[in-house]
Design a protein around this ligand. Structure first.
Ligand code: SF4
Length: 428
């Protein structure tokens, strides 16, 4: 197998100086991840131990979705808990008991930490251990933090997946784990591609149900589908699994490079690889060419939000003809983001962390054709005449692998096209 994406003629960004900023940030917290995780994990329940603010965030983020039996809730810490007047551990135990008695369908229960639970130092690990002993093996109780003090909105998924890794059974089997929550239909496309290449011992993290087999060990290799899985990466390494570094599977090129890295690990020959990928590659290229037309020759500024920014900038620069001005990331992790940085043509300022006022000054000075940012910044920037794309939509929408590559380009071109139409209307 020998597919290697063409390196940029002017060099890549892996060794580019990084502007590091620490200041006020404008991001959602990690509780947001529950919205897509609870859809993926069919018998899991997420119990946020938090305040009314946390409950509101979840309700409004889940917004339009209506469930007969929701699979997330908030155990509200009242003022007496926060003041340390009551034993919050006892109250939490009682809530968990009630929940599990009422909902025998729950096979995995996640106690999710929040800012308030962290401020009062409520030990959720201990609570999870106690409940696991009591309810195991029927229900697995784990804990992770979605607190805005510690996480950006995509790190909630990372924390959730990472907390599952230490309790996975050990195996010596040679296998591939693909980590990252993908919509089922996208996950199936990926599994089909790998199977057609002869890579068939593939497990996904997270699994769809608690009963799905997943174990890990020294003969496990793993690939990530989401660029925000730094803790999960570390947790899998601690279980002696080996990472397959690759660009992330966004766009035709990213998908091909990701599949090629896996194919190389499993000794797939070039002919088989071409047989499996040629047709979907051609479809993806055609879809991107069409959807990216309004983006060609335009500039883009990506603010740090989803942690997908470097991979998306690579896609926008190389496959959609855009010029990135600045590519901001909450955190940059060389093992995860290095392969995409290698392919991102040199030129943009790479920045890590955020000092939001200074960064907005740079956006205003550059006046990019498109700004990718969080919801809180999008409206004010639109009011200043800038065109924006909400980063959170990129996480809620299926964008990975070949069949979604055109949709990914379309997510960026829609606001540009809309602005062009509005501009024409204004001129009339
Ligand atoms: Fe707000 Fe913190 Fe609760 Fe997130 S975890 S909703 S940032 S209080």
């Amino acid at each position: 197998m020998s597919y290697v994406p063409t390196p940029p003629t002017q060099g890549g960004c892996r060794t580019a100086p990084i502007l590091k900023e620490r200041g006020q940030r404008e991001v959602f917290c990690g509780l947001t991840g529950i919205i897509w995780l609870h859809r993926k994990m069919q018998d899991a329940f997420f119990l946020v131990v938090g305040s009314r603010t946390c409950a509101h965030l979840l309700q409004s983020a889940a917004g339009v979705m209506i469930f007969a039996e929701p699979r997330f809730a908030t155990a509200i810490l009242e003022e007496a808990d926060l003041a340390g007047l009551k034993d919050a551990q006892d109250e939490l135990d009682a809530q968990v008991e009630r929940l599990l008695a009422r909902r025998p369908d729950i096979k995995q229960l996640f106690l999710v930490g929040s800012c308030p639970s962290e401020v009062i130092k409520l030990d959720l690990a201990k609570a999870a251990e106690r409940q696991s002993q009591k309810h195991g093996p029927n229900v697995r109780v784990l804990n992770f933090s979605g607190s805005g003090i510690e996480t950006t909105f995509t790190e909630g998924e990372d924390a959730c997946l990472a907390c599952m890794v230490p309790v996975l059974p050990e195996t010596d089997a040679r296998q591939l784990i693909v980590a990252g929550a993908l919509p089922d239909v996208v996950e199936d496309q990926m599994l089909d591609l790998l199977r057609d290449m002869g890579v068939d011992v593939v497990r996904c993290l997270p699994t769809r149900t608690a009963a799905d087999e997943l174990s890990v060990g020294p003969n496990t290799v793993f690939a990530l589908t989401q660029p925000f899985l730094g803790e999960t990466h570390a947790a899998l390494l601690r279980r002696h699994a080996r990472h397959i570094p690759a660009p992330f599977p966004y766009g035709e090129e990213g998908t091909t490079a990701w599949l090629a890295a896996v194919a190389q690990e499993f000794g797939v020959d070039a002919e088989t690889f071409a047989r499996v990928t040629d047709a979907p590659r051609a479809r993806a290229r055609a879809a991107i060419a069409k959807a990216s037309e309004p983006l060609r020759g335009k500039s883009v500024f990506l603010l740090p939000d989803s942690q997908m920014e470097i991979s998306l900038a690579r896609f926008l620069a190389r496959e959609c003809g855009m010029t990135p001005i600045e590519v901001g990331m909450p955190y940059i992790h060389d093992a995860l983001h290095g392969p995409d940085l290698d392919l991102l043509p040199a030129g943009p300022q790479i920045s890590e962390g955020q000092d939001v006022d200074k960064q907005l000054d740079r956006v205003r000075a550059a006046r990019p054709d498109l700004t990718v940012c969080g919801l809180g910044l999008a409206n004010p920037l639109e009011a200043e005449g800038l065109t924006t794309k909400w980063a959170i939509e990129l996480v809620f929408t299926p964008v990975h692998f070949y069949e979604q590559a055109g949709d990914l380009a379309g997510l960026f071109s829609r606001p540009v096209r809309r602005r062009a139409i509005l501009g024409l209307e204004a001129a009339e």
